[in-house]
Design a protein around this ligand. Structure first.
Ligand SMILES: [Zn+2]
Length: 243
């Protein structure tokens, strides 16, 4: 389901140590938290204005439309670096000190690589958002009772993909000069899921440091001295959480 790109980029990638599926990848340093990157957005207005339910629009219609858009945009953003997210580089679906495991339809926990996990996520989301019984597009067709819980499920999985993009593929995103798009997409998504309480705050708390910086209107431009770049958080490497 993922968009594949044909071109190949010539980036200098250092090989990463084996993770055995237990530890996060080697990029513990949160490059994405450095002010020179967090200040880069595509838009600089308050994203909250974009997510509040407009008057006269049905809540479910609004959730359906936004969820479908986020699915498409996050899928597209991931596709820009998907050739660097392989079974070798990303042996597990990691984000900060968390490893995500996939649970199949029977609830069985499955160990998988990050690209496999993202494929599972995108395939499931594609199936749900195009299911006329769940995301109805025809006039007069009702949303099912399970609609909200399915939207929450989609948003939770999409968050995992965004978190993985920052954690494991920020360098490549910067090399492609797409960090402004990623920052804007991330901030818009977080403001949206918070507005409608679609993802457990505990779930998204692993990225709270970034959310705090990005989910406020961008500060007026000011020169940032190179020496003020933030140091990696020592606490981020100390434990591994399983989800
Ligand atoms: Zn990856």
């Amino acid at each position: 389901m993922r968009f594949k790109r044909n071109g190949s980029y010539t980036l200098n990638r250092k090989s990463k140590p084996k993770t055995n599926g237990k530890k996060p990848p080697a990029e513990e340093k949160k490059q994405y938290m450095e002010p020179e990157f967090t200040k880069i957005r595509v838009v600089d207005f308050d994203l909250k204005e974009l997510v509040v339910l407009p008057r006269e629009i049905d809540l479910n219609e609004w959730l359906a439309s936004n969820t479908t858009t986020f699915f498409n945009l996050i899928n597209l953003q991931y596709s820009t670096i998907s050739e660097f997210c392989t079974g070798d580089t990303c042996q597990a679906m990691t984000a900060c000190s968390t490893i995500y495991y996939w649970y199949d339809e029977r609830g069985k926990k499955t160990k998988c690589t990050a690209p496999q996990y993202v494929d599972f996520v995108m395939s499931l989301c594609q199936k749900l958002v195009t299911d006329e019984e769940i995301f109805p597009t025809k006039y007069g067709k009702e949303f099912p009772n399970s609609f909200e819980s399915l939207v929450k499920k989609i948003c939770r999985y999409l968050f995992h993909v965004l978190a993985h993009l920052y954690w494991a593929h920020f360098k490549e995103t910067v090399a492609l000069d797409l960090q402004g798009h990623l920052n804007t997409l991330y901030a818009h998504f977080i403001v949206f899921v918070r507005e409608f309480n679609l993802v457990d705050p505990k779930e998204i708390s692993i990225m709270d440091d970034l959310s705090k910086v990005l989910c406020t209107p961008a500060p007026p431009p000011a020169p940032v001295p190179a020496s003020s770049a933030s140091a990696p958080s020592p606490s981020s490497e100390n434990h591994v959480t399983e989800r």
